[in-house]
Design a binder for this molecule. Structure first.
Ligand SMILES: Nc1ncnc2c1ncn2[C@@H]1O[C@H](COP(=O)(O)OP(=O)(O)OP(=O)(O)O)[C@@H](O)[C@H]1O
Length: 414
């Protein structure tokens, strides 16, 4: 192992046997007796990385990509199918909340046993006991059995122990997601302090912001391999883009074929009007004209509306509205507001509304469409005609992306 390294992982592979359920009844067991009993699931497929002493590394990747498995292999809670893990120094971990806690023992007793597992002598534990209890903010409950603790209290105790054992290497799995915001902030500050002291840290987290604040490097795991490793600033935007594309793809694959219900069948408050003209088909399309129901913020979207004329109408107008799932009316406009002039519907046809940039931010939305007379009397007023999803390509927040730029005078960009 190289002198400057705290962790060396070489060609790590992990396979799990996943057993099929044959059922518990005799009939099920007989019917399925031929079924293969298990499947080998390859979770890690040869990952290698090194972590330098004092370096903080974030492990990211989609659910089930093997982040926790990697940490468990590092702590030796489980063993690899092949490959090696070498670590130098005392390891402390926060992997499974309160794993190692005995439910019937008090918080205080658990501090002793837990810290002993991390390698502290009785004297060392006694020296740190007050600090640990104080950090956990559990003074009033410290002599109660931990089975009476809430998950937040469990987490506080586990964290307080894990960070006070003066480990050389600290492994943390998604732990900062538990507990109240104040305590999370406190843990976070403590982690930064520990890092300053030179502790090597590996954090698994879905909160990229947390990783950006603490970690020098991010490793992105995918399909059992390292997809990318680099500074959080380099890796995170690529990961976010990838995840958005995946979510968008899945949302589009799962979309139901849209069939507008017959006008007569719809509830009055959702669809109403004299029905001289009716909307027969609605499609949302991306820039390539492909039918989609999930888009990336900023993308151009075309709303294609087909209509059928039961009775010709003159002096009409058409409008659309966009609502967020919580009911917020995000935008609405019509052909009058846009000075298109009166519309006349004589025969069946198509209208395309081109939204040049969909600048609403990530969320679930729905579309309203309306054909009305020039006096705004409903002809076919159709609420919630189509649900759609928007995904962010950046991590900006709020309701709508406001186009902007930065002018920097006397400020240097790093
Ligand atoms: N003991 C086990 N037996 C069988 N399969 C397992 C076992 N532990 C983990 N797995 C499988 O390994 C895969 C990776 O799990 P792991 O918990 O490492 O993922 P993860 O990246 O941490 O996911 P998440 O972000 O959801 O926490 C999953 O498909 C999981 O079902």
């Amino acid at each position: 192992m190289r002198e400057e390294n705290a962790i060396e992982v070489k060609d790590l592979k992990k396979q799990f046997k996943v057993y099929y359920d044959k059922g518990s009844q005799l009939k099920e067991k007989m019917l399925f007796w031929k079924r293969n009993r298990y499947e080998n699931r390859q979770v890690l497929n040869g990952i290698s990385f090194e972590v330098k002493k004092g370096e903080a590394v974030g492990l990211i990747g989609h659910n089930g990509c093997g982040k926790s498995t990697t940490l468990k292999l590092l702590t030796k809670i489980i063993y690899p199918t092949s490959g090696t893990v070498e670590m130098r120094g005392r390891v402390s971990s926060l992997i499974e909340l309160g794993a190692g806690f005995h439910p019937d023992m008090s918080g205080r007793e658990n501090i002793y046993t837990n810290a002993a597992i991390f390698g502290l002598s009785k004297r060392e534990i006694e020296e740190r006991l007050d600090t640990i209890i104080e950090f956990s903010e559990l003074q009033a409950f410290i002599d109660n059995p931990v089975r009476t603790y809430s998950s937040g209290m469990y987490m506080r105790l586990a964290f307080a122990v894990a960070i006070n054992v003066n480990a050389d290497i600290l492994l943390i799995d998604e732990i900062l997601a538990v507990g109240d915001a104040n305590f999370q902030a406190k843990c976070f500050d403590k982690l930064k302090e520990i890092k300053e002291r030179g502790t090597t840290i590996i954090i698994v987290s879905h909160a990229l912001g947390q990783i950006e604040q603490i970690c020098d490097r991010t490793i992105w795991l995918q399909d059992g391999q390292i997809k990318l490793s680099g500074t959080p600033r380099d890796v995170h935007p690529k990961y976010q883009n990838y995840m958005n594309e995946m979510r968008k793809k899945m949302a589009n694959e799962n979309m139901d074929e849209f069939v507008p219900p017959e006008p007569e069948e719809t509830e009055d408050e959702k669809r109403y009007g004299d029905k001289r003209v009716v909307i027969t088909e609605v499609e949302m399309q991306n820039a390539e004209g492909k039918k989609q129901r999930a888009f990336t913020c900023g993308e151009p979207i075309t709303i294609q509306v087909q209509f059928h004329v039961n009775e010709p109408v003159e002096k009409a107008m058409m409008g659309f509205g966009i609502f967020r799932r919580d009911g917020m009316h995000c935008y609405g406009c019509n052909t009058h507001i846009d000075n298109i002039g009166d519309l006349s519907f004589k025969e069946d046809g198509t209208v395309r509304i081109r939204l040049e940039e969909m600048d609403l931010l990530e969320g679930s939305y729905s579309l309203d469409l309306a054909i009305q007379t020039d006096l705004e009397e409903p002809i076919d007023f159709y609420r919630e005609v189509m649900p759609f999803e928007l995904y962010n390509s950046k991590s900006d927040i709020g309701v709508v992306r406001i186009p902007h730029s930065w002018e920097l005078e006397e400020v240097q960009k790093e």
